[in-house]
Design a protein around this ligand. Structure first.
Ligand code: C2E
Ligand code: CA
Ligand code: CA
Length: 549
C-alpha cells in the first residue's frame, strides 16, 4: 500500500508557503512525514520520523507543553473534532517561536483512526531567517541593537551575476553558501546577517577594523574555489568595513558600508577597504559624475564634444594628422571641470562607453570627411576602449561609416591601448583582423606603460606605435640613459617591423630638438598645439599643412 503522505497533494501543501509546515501521520505505522521546510527550520534530522507523539513535546516550550498535550489528547480521545492550539516551539537556532498548530484525524471505514494530518503556521516574522543560509535576514539587522561599539563589514561575492549566467543559479547559491560557511567559521563572536543577494553583514561588537580585516583575509582565502561537476570554479569576494559607535544608526552604517564595498570592488587590489570620510567624498563625486554622464547620453550627447590635437611630422615642421579627444561639460557646477582621465573609466564602468564611443567614432569620421578634399592624406585618429570591442557591431560600423563618406580607410586610425591587446581574447583578434582587412589604420597607444609591450607588437603588428608620454618626458633630465635607450630601441624596433613611431607629450623646444634626433615618424604635444576645437584646428591646419611630396 502506498503511504498516505507520499503523493502530490503533500508536496503541494508543503510548498504552499514559507511559514507553513505540513505534517501527516500514518497512525498504524506511527510514522510522520514532515515537510522539508519543517525539517530545516526545527532541525528534525529527517522528513520521516517514528513516535512523534513522544518526541514533539520535547520541542515545545515547557510552559506551553500541557496546553498542547491537553488539546491533542482531546482529539485522539474523540472529545474534540480538531486539534487547534498555539504554543511556542524551539527552532534550529534554539529560539522559541510562536506557532499555530491545526490538525484532524481521518478515520477508515471501520471507524479506526487512519491518518492524522495538519499544518503549523509560524506566528513570528517568517522572514527572520534566510531560507538558503539559515542566517538572520537583512531585515533583522535593522532590529538588532548596536549595543556595543565595534565594526560592521559588508561582504559579497564579486560578479555573482556572471557566475549565475555562466554556471546556473543553483551553482550561484552554492557559492553564496560557501561564503556563509566561511564567515561562520572565521567571524566568531560576530552576528551574521544575509543582507541581500550575495551580500552579508557582519556585526562584530568589540571588534576593531583591523581585526575585521584579518577575518576578511581568511574568508577571502577560503572563498576562492567552488567545486562543480566540470571541475573547480574560481571566484572572489570583496568587503567594505566601517567602524561603529554604540547605538549608531543602522541605515547610516549600512550606507557607508555599501559605499565602501563599491569602492573596494572597483578600486582595491586587496578587495577590501575601510570607510573614511575622504572615501565618501571621492565616491559621491564619482556617483554624481556617473549619473550626469548617463543624463548627457540620454539627452542626445549634450555636453560631449570633440577636440583635436595636431600630429606633426618627425621633424615637427608640418602637420600630418590629428587625434580626436573627447571633452565633456557636465552642466553641474558641483562637478566642475571633468577630464577624460576621470570620466572615461566611469563610462567604462557604467556601460556608457559603448554609446559615447560610437558618438566619438561618428563625429571623428564626419570631420575627417569634411577635411579630405582640402587636405588629402590627412590622418585622423580616435581612441577606442576595450569594452567597445565586446560589441560585435562596433568595428564593422567603423568600416561602414568610412565607406559612406568615401574616405581612404588608411586615413582613419583606431588607437587602442596595450591593455586591450594584452587581454588577447578572440574578440580582440577578430577586431584586429577586421580592421587590417579593411585597410583601417591601427595604433598601439601608450606604448611601454604596460609590461608586455614588445610581446604585444610581436603578436599584433600595428601601423603606428605611440610611445607613452612618461618616456618622452624622461628625456629632459639627461641624468639617466635608461629613457634614451628605451626611446631609441622603440624607434628601431618600429622600423624593423614596419610600424611608424609617434612621440607624445612633446612640450618644449628642448625636448623637440632632442627627440628629432631619434628619428620618429610623428610628434604630438603641447609645443605644437594643445587639443583644440574644430575651428582652431582648421586654422592650425591651414597654416601647417603641406602635402607630402
Ligand atoms: P591619450 O590617448 O594618450 O591622449 C593623449 C592625452 O595627452 C590627451 O589628454 C592630451 O591632451 C594629452 N597631451 C597631449 N599633448 C600633451 C603634452 O604635451 N603634455 C601633456 N602633459 N599632455 C599632453 P586627454 O585629452 O585629457 O585624454 C586623456 C586620455 O583619455 C587619453 O589619453 C585617452 O586614453 C582617453 N581618451 C580621450 N578621449 C577619448 C575617447 O574619445 N575615447 C576613449 N576611449 N578614450 C579617450
Ligand atoms: Ca590616444
Ligand atoms: Ca597616449
Amino acid at each position: 500500500m502506498s503511504q498516505v503522505y507520499d503523493n502530490d497533494l503533500f508536496e503541494a501543501f508543503a510548498n504552499a508557503s514559507d511559514n507553513i509546515y505540513v505534517y501527516v501521520t500514518d497512525v498504524e505505522t506511527d510514522v510522520t512525514r514532515w515537510s522539508r521546510r519543517a525539517v530545516d527550520y526545527f532541525d528534525l534530522g529527517s522528513e520521516y520520523l517514528r513516535g512523534v507523539k513522544d518526541m514533539w513535546p520535547q520541542f515545545i516550550h515547557p510552559e506551553d507543553r500541557q496546553i498542547y498535550l491537553d488539546d491533542i489528547s482531546a482529539v485522539f480521545d474523540g472529545r474534540s473534532a480538531n486539534h487547534n492550539c498555539q504554543y511556542r516551539v524551539r527552532n534550529r537556532h534554539g529560539e522559541f517561536v510562536w506557532v499555530e498548530c491545526r490538525g484532524s484525524i481521518i478515520y477508515d471505514n471501520s471507524g479506526m483512526p487512519k491518518v492524522f494530518a495538519g499544518i503549523m503556521t509560524r506566528l513570528d516574522n517568517p522572514n527572520k531567517y534566510d531560507s538558503l543560509t539559515h542566517l538572520l535576514s537583512g531585515y533583522e539587522f535593522f532590529r538588532h541593537p548596536i549595543a556595543e561599539a565595534g565594526t560592521l563589514m559588508l561582504v559579497g561575492v564579486d560578479r555573482l551575476r556572471v557566475i549565475n549566467s555562466q554556471h546556473g543559479v543553483l551553482f550561484g547559491n552554492r557559492v553564496i553558501l560557501y561564503l556563509a560557511e566561511a564567515l561562520a567559521q572565521y567571524a566568531r563572536g560576530a552576528v551574521l546577517f544575509r543582507y541581500w543577494g550575495d551580500d552579508f553583514l557582519v556585526y562584530g561588537p568589540g571588534i576593531l577594523p583591523q581585526q575585521m580585516m584579518t577575518i576578511f583575509r581568511n574568508v577571502y582565502r577560503l572563498c576562492s574555489i567552488a567545486e562543480k561537476d566540470g571541475g573547480p570554479v574560481n571566484f572572489t569576494v570583496s568587503a567594505g568595513i566601517v567602524s561603529c559607535e554604540r547605538n549608531a544608526p543602522h541605515a547610516e552604517l549600512v550606507s557607508r558600508a555599501e559605499m565602501t564595498l563599491t569602492y573596494a570592488k572597483e578600486q582595491s587590489a586587496a578587495h577590501v577597504a575601510v570607510y573614511s570620510p575622504e572615501l565618501e567624498t571621492l565616491q559621491s563625486r564619482k556617483n554624481r559624475i556617473s549619473e550626469a554622464l548617463i543624463r548627457s547620453i540620454r539627452d542626445d550627447f549634450r555636453g560631449f564634444s570633440l577636440v583635436f590635437q595636431p600630429i606633426m611630422s618627425g621633424q615637427g615642421e608640418r602637420m600630418v594628422g590629428c587625434e580626436a579627444l573627447l571633452r565633456w561639460a557636465p552642466g553641474d557646477e558641483r562637478i566642475g571641470a571633468c577630464y577624460p582621465n576621470e570620466f572615461i573609466p566611469i563610462l567604462e564602468e557604467n556601460g556608457g562607453i559603448r554609446e559615447v564611443g560610437r558618438y566619438v567614432m561618428r563625429e571623428a569620421i564626419r570631420h575627417a570627411a569634411a577635411w579630405q578634399t582640402a587636405y588629402p592624406g590627412l590622418r585622423l585618429s580616435f581612441n577606442v576602449s576595450y569594452l567597445q570591442l565586446e560589441d560585435p557591431d562596433f568595428v564593422p560600423s567603423i568600416a561602414a561609416e568610412i565607406k559612406w563618406y568615401h574616405i581612404d580607410p588608411a586615413c582613419i586610425v583606431v588607437e587602442l591601448t596595450e591593455s586591450v591587446f594584452a587581454s588577447d581574447t578572440v574578440l580582440v583578434k577578430q577586431a584586429f583582423e577586421y580592421l587590417k582587412q579593411h585597410g583601417i589604420g591601427i595604433a598601439l597607444d601608450d606604448f611601454g606603460r604596460g609590461n608586455s609591450s614588445f610581446w604585444m607588437l610581436h603578436q599584433f603588428p600595428v601601423d603606428y606605435v605611440k610611445l607613452d608620454q612618461a618616456f618622452v618626458r624622461g628625456l629632459t633630465d639627461s641624468g639617466s640613459g635608461i629613457d634614451d635607450a628605451i626611446v631609441q630601441s622603440t624607434v628601431l624596433l618600429c622600423r624593423a617591423i614596419g610600424s611608424r613611431a609617434v612621440a607624445e607629450g612633446v612640450e618644449t623646444p628642448e625636448l623637440r630638438s632632442r627627440i628629432c634626433g631619434f628619428g620618429f615618424d610623428g610628434l604630438q604635444g603641447y609645443l605644437f598645439s594643445r587639443p583644440v576645437p574644430v575651428e582652431a584646428l582648421e586654422a592650425f591646419l591651414a597654416a601647417h599643412w603641406r602635402a607630402r611630396s
